[in-house]
Each structure stands twice: as C-alpha cells, then as structure tokens.
Write a protein that binds this ligand. Structure first.
Ligand code: URA
Length: 196
C-alpha cells in the first residue's frame, strides 16, 4: 500500500501534520504556498531511504525527492533493482528549511529532534530490513560516526534493522558524480537478503 493511503500510517501522518503546523518552520509552507511533505512509496518497504528535508520541488509537489536529488536517487533505485513495492522514501524534517534570504539550508539538530518521535514511528510501522541514510543529517538520528558503504545493525523499538549510510545525492551532484560506488555493499546485502 502506498504511504499516502496506508491505514497503518494514518495516525502517524496526522500526528506529523499536526506537529508540523505548530512548528515555526510552518511559516515557510504558508509563505511559499507549499506543502508539509510526508513520505512516498510502499508502507511495507524492505528498503527505506531517509533524507534531510524537502527542497523547492518537493515543497511545491508535496512529495519527497522529486527534484534533482530525487532523479539521482531514482537512478540508484534502478541500479539496486528495487521494485515499487520494495522501497519507501522519507525525510527527517517534513518542511522546507529556509534561511533569512529564503534560500534552502540544512535542517538544524533541533528541527530534526522535534520531528524525531514521528520519524521513529514511521520507521517502526514500515519495519524495513534496511534503512539507507542519505547524508549526515539523517544519519545523525542514529549515529554520527557512520562510514559510507558500511552497514550496522540497529534496534529501534521492537524493530531490528540494518543501517546503511551514503552521502546525500546532492553531495554527489555537486561533485559531478553518480555515487554508484557507495552502493556496492548495499547491493551485496540486498542480494544476500533475497537468498534467505
Ligand atoms: N533532499 C532531501 O534531503 N530530501 C528531499 O526530499 C529532497 C532533497
């Protein structure tokens, strides 16, 4: 079931929206005629990609990773041979973070922590085998010292899962790279899990 229509995620989605409306970042949504951005993909995904926060395209469309970074992420998903029902995508902050000049900035630790209860509930409901942390902001909710391409077991409530850290697609885009080398270990884990 798609995250948007998922009954098991209905409550956490509503909680996320209610909390987001109370946060000062919400003025960015109102000022830009934008959206609070929930996840997209399957509510029983085996691979959950977690990014930072919506950019301008995501804010306009109300879906995560639909801009330039999203295009590269889709290339990674293709490379990993994931089917629609295999993956989901979300962010640690559901509102576009803007600076005084109305330019995009990374979310602060405080902003990430504010949404952390819903982030963790979403993860627990989806119960993925692997969480792919896209960049330091999302990795920081579990472990600030993760190394690119290295997997680590993690217990989140009742869920035991595997964390996999990779630089954010925007980082690779800035450096004119595709980042496929960061996927090698992930591919291996996915094919091992398939054999089980
Ligand atoms: N970058 C992110 O971290 N998330 C998005 O949804 C888009 C760009």
């Amino acid at each position: 079931m798609d995250l948007d229509n998922s009954t098991k995620l209905e409550k956490v989605k509503q909680d996320l929206i209610n909390n987001a409306k109370k946060h000062e970042l919400y003025k960015n949504v109102l000022d830009t005629n934008g959206h609070i951005v929930f996840g997209r993909g399957s509510d029983s995904a085996k691979v959950l990609f977690i990014g930072e926060a919506p950019g301008f395209s995501e804010n306009a469309q109300g879906k995560p990773f639909v801009g330039r970074s999203g295009k590269l992420l889709e290339e990674w998903i293709k490379e990993l041979e994931l089917k629609k029902e295999d993956y989901a995508i979300m962010n640690v902050v559901p509102i576009i973070p803007l600076n005084q000049e109305k330019k995009i900035r990374p979310p602060t630790e405080e902003e990430i922590n504010y949404f952390l209860p819903e982030t963790k509930k979403m993860i627990e409901s989806i119960a993925p085998q692997i969480i792919v942390l896209l960049g330091r902001s999302s990795a920081s909710i579990f472990d600030k010292n993760l190394i690119v391409g290295q997997a680590k077991k993690q217990v989140i409530g009742k869920l035991t899962t595997t964390l996999y850290f990779i630089y954010h697609p925007a980082y690779y885009l800035r450096n004119g790279k595709k980042g496929f080398e960061g996927l090698t270990q992930l591919k291996k884990i996915l094919s091992e899990n398939k054999e089980k």
